[in-house]
Design a protein around this ligand. Structure first.
Ligand code: NDP
Ligand SMILES: N[C@@H](CC=O)C(=O)O
Length: 418
């Protein structure tokens, strides 16, 4: 695109994110970008913009030769994929914030970018205002990237903060997250971890060149976390966060998941409160780096969309270096994790699945254990996701190998001696 050419945008969606971008563009004339038309779903809705801006006919945007950029910020992943594919095939650059659509169609989107040679930018789709995708793309070498740990969902982080710091109940905290524009239209996508794992699919791709569907990545959300878990965490000097993690193991493969986790109070992620997100990256020589910023909300997300639009001026597109220029990393489930599990009834727990159990606290209303389990066992079963069972990864979650000392400990425990 010519550096001085006006950017003429066709924008799909005028909700939390779309309206945020509209306001931002009004306040940044230096960008030389304007929204020519916005396609929405419900024409009757009252909007904070002139009526003539809107249409419900997608072709008015997709087949307008003057429009050179399509911004897609709608909440329907099937319609979004159709819009994005048509736009790219019609020669238009695309900016999208729709992580669900991207995660569901990653392979096809990669192929389309290859075929058309056009930019498809989606910085807002993961960690909203934090420029994490571009950093993973441009800064980190595949072999030197040791691990990424992140809080990637603003709504669940907001709910956990409000519940445990401000003593709000779960439902009230969720309603507040919805009113503030943080939650997805279907908030169970946030609460049950789907949104976080969709973002993780996108980030694993830019970080390691991994192309995987979200159902191949172990995840859960915060739906089963209890106030009692927060008290145990506090007693032990931890906070609870929904953490997405990817770690390169000694064999070069990558362990990846999204799970609630105990986080030490001096860990950077413990500092991430409310709708903020945080990303801790460990890499060779640079050691540890921490990215922090708003992970949801109208202007915060709009600002990431704006940054992508602005990057189009100098023809920026993702090169997917880890996928196309390096040897992409492989995911593995062959490692162990140390988990805390609280439960109402002991019969909900599959004790035999554990390599060993280190702590066992029987309470009148709720009990808990801490034990080591093979990751594949969690991947293959669902008992730990059932109502009444709450699984939280411990702070030192990943164990690559177990030694015979621990196997012996397990035998003693099974024999009732420990
Ligand atoms: N909210 C946030 O903080 C963030 C959201 N996102 C993502 O951005 C996208 C938009 O989110 P958000 O703005 O919060 O959602 P909203 O629910 O606030 O807005 C959705 C918009 O999409 C429009 N829409 C739905 N279906 C269609 C369709 N088929 N054609 C045209 N327009 C359609 C709706 O139209 P109408 O107004 O007529 O109902 C509405 O304007 C989602 O994919 C979300 O996951 C990403 C990062 C952060
Ligand atoms: N619902 C999402 C919005 C941003 O991606 C979240 O809460 O993080």
């Amino acid at each position: 695109m010519n550096e001085h050419k006006e950017i003429i945008i066709g924008m799909f969606g005028f909700g939390v994110v779309g309206e945020g971008l509209y306001k931002i563009l009004q306040q940044t004339p230096s960008l030389n970008a304007r929204i020519k038309k916005s396609c929405i779903k419900h024409p009757g809705k009252k909007r904070n913009a002139p009526e003539e801006l809107f249409t419900t006919d997608k072709d008015v945007l997709l087949f307008d030769d003057e429009i050179n950029v399509i911004v897609e910020v709608i909440d329907d992943s099937v319609a979004a994929f159709d819009i994005v594919t048509t736009a790219l095939k019609n020669g238009k650059a695309v900016v999208s914030a729709s992580k669900k659509m991207i995660a569901e169609n990653l392979e096809e989107l990669l192929q389309l970018q290859k075929e058309t040679g056009l930019p498809f930018l989606c910085e807002a789709a993961a960690c909203a205002s934090i420029p994490v995708i571009r950093n993973l793309e441009e800064y980190y070498d595949n072999d030197l990237l040791h691990s990424i740990r992140a809080v990637v969902n603003g709504s669940t982080n907001f709910i956990l903060t409000k519940m445990f710091d401000d003593k709000l109940d779960f439902q009230d905290a969720l309603i507040l997250a919805q009113q503030l524009g943080y939650a997805e239209s279907n908030p169970s996508l946030d609460v049950e971890g789907y949104d976080a794992v969709n973002k993780w699919v996108i980030l694993l791709n830019h970080a390691y060149g991994i192309v995987e569907k979200s159902d191949k990545i172990l995840f859960t959300g915060i739906q089963n976390i209890q106030l009692r878990d927060a008290s145990v965490a506090k007693e032990k000097g931890f906070d609870i966060k929904l953490v997405a993690q990817a770690k390169t193991l000694l064999n070069g493969k990558v362990a990846a998941y999204v799970l609630p986790q105990f986080v030490k109070l001096d860990d950077q992620l413990a500092f991430v409160k409310n709708e903020f997100n945080g990303v801790v990256i460990e890499s060779g020589f640079a050691d540890r780096q921490f990215f922090y910023g708003k992970g949801a909300g109208s202007l915060a997300t709009g600002s990431a969309v704006m940054s992508d639009i602005s990057a189009l001026r100098y023809d920026y597109k993702y090169e997917y270096k880890k996928l196309y220029h390096h040897k992409p990393k492989e995911l593995t489930n062959d490692f162990y994790v140390r988990v805390y599990i609280s439960f109402n009834e002991v019969k909900s727990i599959r004790k035999d699945d554990f390599e060993w159990i280190e702590e066992w606290h029987a309470g009148l209303e709720r009990s808990y254990l801490i034990g080591v389990i093979h990751f594949q066992k969690l991947q293959n079963t669902n008992w730990w996701k059932e109502d009444g069972v709450s699984l939280i990864l411990t702070a030192d979650g990943i164990i690559e190998e177990i030694d015979s000392r621990n196997a012996k400990k397990r035998s003693l425990e099974l024999a009732g001696i420990l």
